[in-house]
Design a protein around this ligand. Structure first.
Ligand code: HEC
Length: 195
């Protein structure tokens, strides 16, 4: 009986030892028998990989002409759009949107309009026609959809930024613009005199 216990203990130790040795040596990288491998190893092409299944040899497909991705119906102010531009889908109570809007404004608007929107950006200092102050009563009076249209299509001497700034980011940049307006006093008292 004692001999059997010792033999079994030795067999157990040997088995553990072999297990450790084999795993350490990386000979076995996956279980020898896979019961239900599901889709762990799926034959597929990576996005930018050449693909013999298509005539153009590319894996990424070009959307068929005339199709619109879900949720990206053009707005009234965008090429091909109709109807009316909606309200700004983001609000000042959304800190992430406000933060993103500040990044967008600082990147795309500040070169001309300046950090505070007064129209004294670096490009203007080098001779570009100065835009009106964005904190003027005129710009304060524009609704968000009008500003959205100005960013999307350009306005007078201001070029369009529809191709550079994603739709959501354009709305968010307007949140920052409104913050600048709130932070500065109106240049003139509102119509009807100061309240
Ligand atoms: C290349 C310089 C330039 C850039 C960059 C630029 N703008 Fe302008 N913007 C102008 C000029 C110039 C005008 C005046 C256009 C005119 O009336 O002819 C203007 C006008 C505007 C107006 C209308 C102001 C009013 O009261 O008439 C708004 C709003 C505006 N810009 C917002 C933006 C926003 C937001 C951005 C960033 C997404 C931006 N602009 C980027 C040059 C620029």
């Amino acid at each position: 009986m004692k001999a059997l216990t010792i033999a079994l203990a030795m067999a157990l130790l040997l088995s553990i030892g072999l297990n450790v040795a084999v795993r350490r040596s990386q000979v076995v990288t996956r279980p020898p028998l896979e019961y239900f491998p599901d889709m762990v190893r799926t034959p597929r092409y990576n996005a930018f990989e050449a693909n013999p299944n298509f005539a153009d040899g590319m894996t990424l497909r070009t959307p068929p002409p005339g199709t619109i991705p879900r949720g990206m119906l053009p707005l009234a102010s965008e090429p091909g759009g109709g109807g009316e531009d909606p309200e700004n889908p983001f609000g000042p109570d959304d800190p992430a949107a406000v933060e993103r809007g500040a990044v967008m404004f600082d990147t795309f608007c500040v070169p001309c309009h300046g950090k505070t929107g007064e129209g004294d950006g670096l490009v203007v200092q080098h001779g570009y026609p100065a835009p009106p102050s964005l904190t003027s009563p005129g710009t304060r009076g524009m609704v968000d959809a009008e500003i959205f249209a100005a960013i999307t299509n350009g306005l007078g001497t201001m070029p369009s930024y529809g191709a550079q700034i994603a739709r959501d980011d354009r709305w968010k940049a307007i949140l920052h613009l409104r913050k600048l307006q709130a932070a500065s006093q109106p240049a003139e008292p509102p119509p009807g005199g100061p309240r």
